[in-house]
Design a protein around this ligand. Structure first.
Ligand SMILES: *Cc1c(COP(=O)(O)O)cnc(C)c1O
Length: 414
């Protein structure tokens, strides 16, 4: 190969991966070699270097004193959680299963918080015994935690997850405002706080999470400000000083043509102002933001191999060995209203000049099993590798693996 290095960014806005010659590089390895190393397709590959640089960039864009948590539901692969645990200030878990992974990763229990609308009492037991912070989401949880605290002789560490009286504008998925199963409605929180005081739980603060996948900095800033104001009002009813104020996250990543990266400059300014105010209003508190997708989404790819190439009434289909059973999000069936193509490329033909319009489908017997709908791709043959980018979050763990009985996907951290 005589291809010059430095290599070509694969996309003007999604330039985190590069190609050398025809081969996409992942963690420094040409993709064909990586596929041999993994030993099978399909697989997910997550790039340590990209995870590391994302956290470093974000930290330098955040004001001092704002803590960064990783919401591990975005990517719960134990190796990823272990790696992230060394980079962030805390891990947010949403089940006892995730709690185990976070603890196994060596995370300090003091820096783990547990949220979720249906925590079983067995999960609450485990969380109190582990000494993690529990984000209370109902009155029921207060009574159960009181019983557990007595039994274990350990006061439960709690924060109140508030369902705010506003929404995160422009969010891909709204998780606060209006009637919601998440958190306790802001207007009921004073009563809840009184109950927490009465039962002598160890109250630490508030958690507000308005929504997910937002690319508009102004909306995120507005939600953070409103969350802060709301926490300030509610704190007057708190049984003890606030030491933890989680303002949520919702930072999005670009998936589709025309989407621009989130501008961190206004977010930094906004958080700086809030951190300054917090020094007065909540002198004992740390401000926290919790991010999943933003930290891991762009560091991962999903790789499948072309099994067949078919022309049906003039349309070219590339049939690959993986699909919605491993990557529901890329198929458009995980929360999207209108299906759009994730960025896709033929990973071993990155600089091939001849292109065609092709549709990439998986092996499942359903028309929903679609990875790319009439995209311009390098002309590809069976055994070539199809890469879906922006696949580090809500991929493997958010997909129906058993559907149709194909082999499980493998995940590697490289
Ligand atoms: C899902 C979730 C997150 C992570 O959301 P992302 O969009 O992946 O950043 C954070 N906090 C809570 C409470 C969540 O439910």
């Amino acid at each position: 190969m005589t291809t010059p290095i430095p290599s070509t960014p694969i996309h003007t806005t999604m330039n985190q991966f590069v190609a050398v010659g025809d081969e996409l590089l992942v963690g420094g390895l040409p993709i064909s070699q990586l596929a041999e190393r993994v030993g099978q397709t399909p697989f997910y590959a997550y790039d340590r270097g990209l995870l590391h640089s994302r956290v470093t960039e974000l930290r330098s864009a955040l004001p001092d004193g704002v803590k960064l948590h990783y919401a591990m539901k975005a990517n719960p692969m134990p190796a990823v959680v272990g790696f992230m645990a060394g980079l962030v200030d805390g891990i947010d878990v949403a089940s006892a299963g995730e709690l185990k992974v976070a603890l196994d990763a060596g995370t300090d229990p003091h820096e783990i918080s547990f949220a979720g609308p249906g925590k079983r009492s067995s999960e609450l037991h485990q969380a109190v015994a582990a000494g993690v912070l529990i984000n209370i989401e109902s009155f029921r949880e207060v009574s159960i935690l009181a019983g557990i605290s007595l039994k274990l002789g350990l006061p439960a560490r709690v924060a109140v997850r508030v369902n705010p009286d506003f929404e995160l504008k422009g969010s891909g998925m709204k998780m606060g405002g209006g009637p919601k199963q998440f958190g306790v409605d802001a207007e009921l929180v004073p009563e809840l706080l009184a109950k927490i005081g009465e039962y002598k739980l160890a109250f630490e603060g508030f958690h507000l999470f308005a929504g997910s996948q937002n690319l508009k900095a102004e909306s995120i800033c507005e939600a953070q400000q409103k969350s802060y104001e709301l926490a300030l009002v509610l704190s007057r009813h708190a049984p003890s000083p606030v030491s933890f104020l989680n303002l949520g996250g919702g930072f999005g990543i670009p998936y589709f043509p025309g989407e621009k990266r989130l501008d961190l400059v206004p977010i930094r300014q906004n958080l700086e102002q809030l951190a300054n105010r917090a020094r007065q209003d909540f002198p004992d508190a740390s401000l926290v933001i919790e991010l999943g997708r933003y930290l891991v989404g762009e560091a991962g790819i999903y790789v499948s191999r072309i099994v067949d190439r078919k022309i049906s009434r003039g349309q070219t289909f590339l049939v690959v060995d993986g699909g919605l059973n491993h990557h529901l999000s890329a198929s458009g069936n995980f929360g999207q209203v209108i299906r759009k193509n994730y960025p896709v490329a033929i990973g071993n033909r990155m600089n091939t000049k001849s292109t065609e319009t092709a549709t990439v489908v998986g092996p499942l017997c359903t028309p929903l099993d679609l990875l790319a709908d009439r995209m311009t791709l390098a002309v590809a043959k069976p055994d070539d590798l199809v890469v879906v980018f922006q696949s580090g979050a809500y991929g493997a763990s958010a997909s129906p693996h058993r559907f149709l009985g194909h082999p499980e996907v493998i995940e590697v951290l490289i």
